[in-house]
Design a protein around this ligand. Structure first.
Ligand code: NAD
Ligand code: UDP
Length: 339
């Protein structure tokens, strides 16, 4: 009998790809998602890719009764916790929603796990916890700070996990700090599907390439970077997903564990690098204007990847060409479906 992993937020962008690789690694997956930012049809797409439909419960990680029932009804061995809200701008408008979903959601889930005796937990943290980098590449011991409510919620949950780990034996916790996840499953069947106007660069670029949006606004070309535009460490979502399987395995092998690792490629690309790579992958022109800097943005950010390699034996392998080709396939297939 294969083990069952609870994946919260499993119909979302990263959770759906993690579900695919977990199933391919031999795990059974039970998804808990309230569908506030994803569609139930993702389950069909996962089934088409893997030949196996994940179990699904529509519910909220803040609903303690539902969680208790879930843990009672199935033998869950570990939890990968993706559920949460992630839009930086929106978090400044609706801070209470962010604390409620991201912090209260995590405390409720952890309390239910504790009661059920499930103590293996993989958490979606973010490179946003490094604030404005003092030095690059970013190592995991870089001082942490946050400039917006979303970032604060990640700091709070990271700290809470540390406190919990120290409070009693047996917890096996991984705090995974993602850099910039992009791309899609190579089948084109699952990918990133933002509601409304995308906040992030790659989905915006993809929508300009399909003609859904007229032009990209490049937020600033006067940063201290090679071409003046912002530099980020973009990581293919399938590489990111594999990093979770590696972290889960490492936790499961340990008696107790508190891991904090970057999941990035170690390479930074500028906004204009990404635009060019996307044009090459899609064969479409991506029109853009240079716009003012976006408030709160940093100039450059990329990961030191050594700790992830040493502790997990994991490295990202997909380059920006694959990131753009896979993102384009997903976007073009979605556009074709929409007619
Ligand atoms: P996403 O919005 O695509 O997926 C999140 C999923 O969680 C959605 O399916 C949504 O319906 C669900 N959800 C939200 N609140 C819920 C709740 N209270 N109860 C149950 N389900 C709920 O986002 P994503 O990009 O897949 O991000 C997953 C995680 O990774 C988030 O915690 C996010 O903060 C973190 N992260 C994402 C990025 C990124 O750039 N995408 C970067 C760093 C960290
Ligand atoms: N960016 C941009 N236009 C957009 C969205 C993003 O120029 O419409 C830039 C942004 O300023 C940053 C980079 O693209 O330099 C990545 O932004 P994203 O929001 O995707 O990620 P994050 O800022 O969280 O790293």
């Amino acid at each position: 009998m294969s083990e069952t992993i609870l994946v919260t937020g499993g119909t979302g962008f990263i959770g759906s790809h993690a579900t695919v690789v977990l199933q391919q690694a031999g795990y059974r997956v039970l998804i808990l998602d309230n569908l506030c930012n994803s569609a139930i049809s993702v389950l069909d797409a996962i089934a088409e890719i893997t030949g196996q439909r994940p179990d699904f419960v529509q519910g909220d990680v803040r609903d303690r009764q539902a969680l208790d029932a879930l843990f009672r009804s199935r033998a869950i061995s570990a939890v990968l916790h993706f559920a949460g809200l992630k839009a930086v701008g929106e978090s400044t408008q609706k801070p209470l929603d962010y604390y409620d979903n991201n912090v209260h959601g995590s405390t409720t889930l952890l309390a239910a796990m504790r009661q059920a005796g499930v103590r293996t937990f993989v958490f979606s943290s973010s490179a946003t916890v490094y604030g404005d980098p003092q030095k690059l590449p970013l190592t995991e011991d870089h001082p942490r700070s946050a400039t917006n409510p979303y970032g604060h919620t990640k700091l709070v949950v990271e700290d809470m996990l540390e406190n919990l780990y120290r409070s009693e034996p047996g917890w096996r916790i991984a705090r995974l700090r993602y850099f910039n996840p992009v791309g899609a499953h190579p089948s084109g069947l699952i990918g990133e599907a933002p509601q409304g106007v995308p906040n992030n660069l790659m989905p915006y670029v993809a929508q300009v390439a399909t003609g859904r949006r007229p032009r990209l606004q490049v937020y600033g070309n006067d940063y201290d970077t090679p071409d003046g535009t912002g530099v980020r460490d973009y990581i293919h979502v399938m590489d990111l997903a594999l990093g979770h399987v590696a972290a889960l395995r490492r936790c499961q092998q340990a008696g107790q564990e508190m891991l904090t690792v970057n999941l990035g490629t170690g390479v930074g690309y500028s906004v204009l690098d990404m635009v060019k790579a996307f044009e090459q992958a899609s064969g479409k022109a991506v029109a853009y204007d240079i716009a003012p800097r976006r408030p709160g943005d940093i100039a450059a950010c990329w990961a030191d990847t050594e700790l992830a390699f040493q502790t997990l034996g994991w490295r990202a392998t997909k380059d920006i060409r694959e990131m753009c080709e896979d993102a384009w396939r997903w976007e073009a297939m979605q556009a074709a479906r929409a007619g």
